[in-house]
Design a binder for this molecule. Sequence first.
Ligand SMILES: CCCCC/C=C/C(=O)SCCNC(=O)CCNC(=O)[C@H](O)C(C)(C)COP(=O)(O)OP(=O)(O)OC[C@H]1O[C@@H](n2cnc3c(N)ncnc32)[C@H](O)[C@@H]1OP(=O)(O)O
Length: 391
Amino acid sequence: MGWEQIEISLPNCSSLQVISFPVVQLHLNRTAMRASQKDFENAMNQVKLLKKDPGNEAKLKLYALYKQATEGPCNMPKPGVFDLINKAKWDAWNALGSLPKETARQNYVDLVSSLSSSLESSSQVEPGTDRKSTGYETLMVTSEDGITKIMLNRPTKKNALNVEMYHEIMHALKAASKDDSAITVLTGNGDYYSSGNDLTNFTDIPPGGVEEKAKNGAILLREFVGCFIDFPKPLIAMVNGPAVGISVTLLGLFDAVYASDRATFHTPFSHLGQSPEGCSSYTFPKIMSPAKAIEMLVFGKKLTAGEACAQGLVTEVFPDSTFQKEVWTRLKAFAKLPPNAMRISKEIIRNREKEKLHAVNAEECSVLQGRWLSDECMNAVVNFLSRKSKL
Ligand SMILES: CCCCC/C=C/C(=O)SCCNC(=O)CCNC(=O)[C@H](O)C(C)(C)COP(=O)(O)OP(=O)(O)OC[C@H]1O[C@@H](n2cnc3c(N)ncnc32)[C@H](O)[C@@H]1OP(=O)(O)O
């Protein structure tokens, strides 16, 4: 995804002919119809309720029409060539030329209506199936031998967490907290545990712009991390390979962390112009000392599995060749222990910290919301997406 997606969507949105043709046609067909301000507001609310992502191209059109409808023709200075996201948005808006505000408003309403019906009908392909409860797009969730296993399942993207995956993990954790399993395990499919936040999450800009994007991201992150803080049963991470970013910071909220000796632990927040999340600003200094936490969270020092174990972040390291067999044997034995006793013991160990953890989570999300709007963060994301940088 990433660069290819941006390259494909840019020509469509920056070309005057392509984008203005349907707009003009709609204008001619609708001289008698005018969307009211109420229709426009309803359409804006409807966009937030779309069950599926309409894709970057549609979102750029929505953005452009929204700006044209509310502010009129684009009179902003053109963003620099490396400011990919804002340039794509500027191009889309500018391509609408002098389209009247009322027509833009009508076209916005029409576009939302067509997106709602096409995304609605594509989600009805399998009638009667509730994807969220019977299957997942980004996870493999199984439950047997008293263990619910949540496996991150985007191996070709190194199990990067896209927005859908955040939602699905929350859903799977909530379901696991109520099912009849005794323990829950999080692991990754393929060679990575997880490469952390999917950096293409930053390219989906809603009509309200980057500020709205940052605000929504902070709300999502807070809810996501909250699910780990509140998870009532023993929660175990099986770190099958390298772990990056949020997949590392969350480990401080797990009850045991078993790692393959192939695993590494990397939190390159400063490199990305970002700041720590997952309550790591609180859990890491407690687990490994403030200085060691700063080496990881501020200077981005990558730890081997052995180092992470020596510092208390990892419970035990296993040779990769026997990792799966040894850990599953151990987990199956744990899962035979009386589940209520385990749950109550976890509660008494963790509960007095819960309030503090929720407060830390809220503060970290608020700081990150600001970081996501910084040049440092935007440049790092653009550099990754344009293949100029990797960790
Ligand atoms: C809303 C909540 C936000 C919470 C805040 C969270 C913060 C974080 O988690 S910060 C950490 C973010 N992660 C990264 O910066 C990692 C970026 N990825 C990389 O540097 C590298 O991909 C790698 C070192 C993880 C792996 O390198 P390599 O073995 O060379 O593999 P590829 O780069 O070719 O990766 C294969 C494929 O996967 C895509 N991909 C991998 N990680 C991510 C990612 N985090 N975001 C988006 N895409 C990712 C990569 O682009 C490749 O895609 P294709 O080229 O389409 O095959």
